[in-house]
Design a protein around this ligand. Structure first.
Ligand code: GAL
Length: 407
């Protein structure tokens, strides 16, 4: 357990460590995905679930409103993000308005306009399209509403005060290094066949994930130990609009049909996240003639993918404890609303029991470098799933033998 580890460095991004402790009780979110707004007002509750930072004395959110804009409910993790954020802010007495915009860009603009019109004091936004919010956030700035860019960097606007996320480049790097180790690429002769599936081009994270993985594997592609039979190695060729499972499946069925129907062996399917990995796994199950077990990567710890990991269909996922991402977001929000300027010292003073880095170099949204708090992702496989996900309290192991999220 890492307590109060401060890694305040002006980073080039290179963090890879595993650690975490559980937090955050369950809260219910309904599953339909039409644009939804939930408003929660709770008097300053006991904060057993909130952060225990030293800023407690001046941290009451009572009388303050926070607007939280999430992309969609159809991508599993955002349901967890929404409820952890709601829990953290309402535990400090904030009135919380939580919106989900059905992965529709114009709907999210409307939802944020409504939050501004509702006089929120703070905006926390996970953008569907990082390039589509400049206008509405200019309005937020005019109203003096600080904006925290949550998980995905919002581009082309100086209305963003801070960015909270995981170290996105390292997420990809962990996937690439996992493949390198599994195939023992430094010693093995190869060649091995690999195909890539990346994320939504509108999501600023997607490029970091893909580059993180590709940069590890490129030397082996260059020397022929790794081969990409489809020839698709550019981000635009392997991207998946909206991180959509069905889109990823169809593309992969086409790749298998065009490049593997002659008995060519597929060794690796490097997928940037779990929703795309689910589609790729389905395509391999239905359209791949080979009987070797294909290394499949993922990210997020989605329920269906963890079940596939237990069943040996998917090989790993990069888990990101979004419960902690919510804690960091709350503490930055409280500082901002107290008129303070959070910096590296927050990492020490906040009393977080997880690692976080302060980075003022890596994330430029075209209006300047955005001060960022970056949490640490963890590799999860069948072997360490119990320790990393269940023992930490983020998941419970069901009677069905599969892990289920606790929130
Ligand atoms: C990314 C996020 C990932 C993944 C993906 C699809 O921005 O960082 O965790 O969930 O969106 O939702």
């Amino acid at each position: 357990m890492f307590k109060k580890k401060l890694m305040a460095v002006l980073l080039g991004t290179a963090l890879a460590a595993s650690m975490l402790t559980g937090c955050g009780a369950a809260s219910d979110t309904n599953s339909d995905d039409a644009s939804t707004t939930e408003t929660v007002t709770e008097a300053a509750a006991d904060d057993s679930t909130g952060s225990d930072s030293e800023t407690e004395s001046d941290s009451s959110g009572s009388g303050k409103k926070v607007g939280i804009a999430m992309p969609t409910k159809s991508l599993e993790r955002w349901n967890r993000d929404g409820s952890y954020l709601e829990e953290q802010f309402s535990s400090k007495g904030f009135e919380v308005s939580l919106t989900y915009s059905d992965n529709k860009i114009d709907q999210q603009v409307k939802d944020i306009e409504a939050l501004i019109a509702d006089d929120v004091d703070l905006l926390v936004i996970a953008a569907i399209d990082g390039e589509s919010l400049s206008q509405v956030l200019a309005d937020a700035k005019d109203e003096g509403i600080p904006v925290i860019s949550y998980d995905r960097l919002i581009m082309n606007t100086d209305a963003v005060s801070y960015y909270v996320s995981f170290d996105n480049y390292t997420v990809g790097k962990l996937q690439g290094e996992f493949v390198k180790e599994q195939l023992d690429l430094d010693n093995a002769e190869g060649p091995y066949n690999i195909e890539f599936t990346a994320g939504d081009p509108a999501d600023n994270n997607a490029g970091f994930f893909f580059n993180g993985a590709y940069d590890v594997l490129k030397p082996y592609i260059d020397d022929g130990k790794l081969v990409v039979p489809s020839g698709q190695t550019e981000f635009d060729q392997v991207a998946t609009k909206s991180w959509d499972t069905a889109t990823a499946m169809t593309r992969f069925q086409n790749i298998l049909g065009s490049n593997y129907s002659d008995g060519t062996q597929l060794d690796v399917a490097l997928c940037s996240n779990d929703s795309t990995a689910l589609g790729v796994t389905q395509a391999i199950e239905t359209d791949y003639a080979g009987n070797n077990s294909v290394i499949i990567t993922g990210q997020d710890g989605d329920e269906a993918n963890l079940a596939n990991i237990v069943d040996g269909k998917q090989t790993m996922t990069v888990y990101k404890a979004v419960a902690n991402e919510a804690v960091v977001t709350l503490d930055i929000g409280i500082k901002l609303l107290n008129g303070e300027t959070p910096d590296a010292s927050l990492i020490d003073s906040a009393g977080w029991d997880f690692d976080c880095a302060y980075d003022t170099e890596s994330y430029d949204n075209n209006t300047g470098k955005i001060p960022s708090y970056l949490l640490v992702p963890t590799v999860v496989t069948k072997d360490n799933l119990q320790k990393e996900l269940v023992d930490t309290g983020y998941y419970t192991m069901g009677d069905d033998g599969y892990p289920h999220p606790t929130n």
